[in-house]
Design a protein around this ligand. Structure first.
Ligand SMILES: [Zn+2]
Length: 243
């Protein structure tokens, strides 16, 4: 694609051949932050040949796996200073099990405690049905925070905006009523683009960059701003995050 391409949140390793995915990203020069769901996976990839110009590897601990793999917090701590990028992390209260939620909070608290003294970090945070607890745990954290695929209420969204957080939005959000309601609330200077591949529409079997165009078009039509200016702004937002 000829214009600025980026993906602030995707799971390269959930595809059959993750190396092909990374090659595709490099070839298309798309600035991409790739998530990991467990510290052990980060550790594994960390020791692989990692010479990508456009791809950044993120150290993560997915909330849906936090309770089951609780012990991996020690691996997280071992590698926390090996990268600026932290994700996917956060809370997910779509489970009903209180013990599970408690374990998630412990892990997330510990992660934020580890990052507390490093304002250079960039966090990709999952907040499903747990927006206010996420805000509470992040309180006072000075680094960059990106809420990924936000789906919560507008009160919490406004608090996040006041704190200077960014939001990564995907093409599936532009197709749903709730997603649109959220996107339309966001100032253009706080938006970056994500795919959350392979979890979004059309991404299950192959990773293609067309989703970026769909989001640019949506923003352009919806805000009555020409597409070029939308692209410029998204590029600037990304630059502000990684600078
Ligand atoms: Zn994700």
């Amino acid at each position: 694609m000829k214009y600025f391409c980026m993906d602030g949140h995707m799971h390269f390793d959930l595809y059959k051949n993750r190396f092909n995915i990374l090659e595709y990203i490099e070839t298309n020069q798309s600035y991409t932050i790739v998530m990991t769901n467990l510290p052990k996976l980060y550790e594994k990839y960390y020791y692989e040949d990692w010479n990508y110009k456009f791809v950044r590897l993120s150290l993560g601990f997915h909330p849906e796996l936090a309770a089951q793999y609780y012990d991996q917090i020690s691996i997280f701590k071992k590698y926390v200073n090996s990268t600026r990028y932290i994700g996917e992390i956060g809370l997910d209260y779509s489970v009903s099990d209180e013990y599970n939620k408690e374990q998630q909070r412990k892990i997330f608290n510990e992660i934020i405690r580890c990052c507390r003294n490093d304002e250079n970090k960039i966090l990709s945070v999952h907040t499903r049905k747990a927006e206010s607890d996420c805000l509470r745990i992040l309180y006072g954290y000075k680094g960059k925070v990106i809420f990924h695929w936000y789906s919560g209420n507008l009160t919490c969204l406004d608090i996040a905006l006041r704190r200077g957080y960014y939001f990564s939005i995907n093409h599936q959000m532009t197709r749903s009523i709730n997603g649109r309601r959220i996107i339309n609330r966001l100032p253009l200077n706080r938006i970056i683009i994500e795919s959350d591949a392979p979890f979004t529409t059309g991404m299950q079997n192959s990773y293609q960059l067309q989703f970026i165009d769909e989001i640019y078009n949506y923003l352009s039509d919806n805000r009555s701003v020409c597409k070029n200016d939308i692209i410029k702004q998204i590029k600037e937002n990304f630059r502000m995050i990684v600078k």
